[in-house]
Design a protein around this ligand. Structure first.
Ligand SMILES: [Zn+2]
Length: 94
């Protein structure tokens, strides 16, 4: 098992970024969502609390999809309203 941040730290985030995992190391991780083992060479994703790669965790793709369907693991765009673009702001002021 590799060292990685504790699950409590993983959960303490307002939003998450999800990336494809491109690991080629024969490591085994523990999915922070189901607590089960995750061989690095199987299809899975990286979940980054608030985009922080230091807190990233390897998770089963199915677990992430299930959590998303249950309303967990909000993405940045769902939590932080996107600022209107420059053109939109200029047009509104006109
Ligand atoms: Zn899992």
């Amino acid at each position: 098992m590799e060292d990685h941040p504790p699950v409590a730290e993983f959960r303490d985030a307002r939003w998450y970024a999800v990336r494809r995992a491109g690991s080629t190391k024969p490591a085994t991780y523990r999915c922070p969502l189901c607590g089960k083992l995750l061989p690095a060479l199987t299809e899975h994703v990286l979940v980054l609390p608030e985009g922080d790669s230091a807190r990233r965790r390897h998770a089963h793709t199915a677990c992430v999809m299930k959590a998303r369907r249950a309303g967990r693991l909000p993405l940045r765009d769902e939590v932080l309203p996107r600022r209107p673009g420059l053109l939109a702001r200029l047009l509104r002021r006109a």
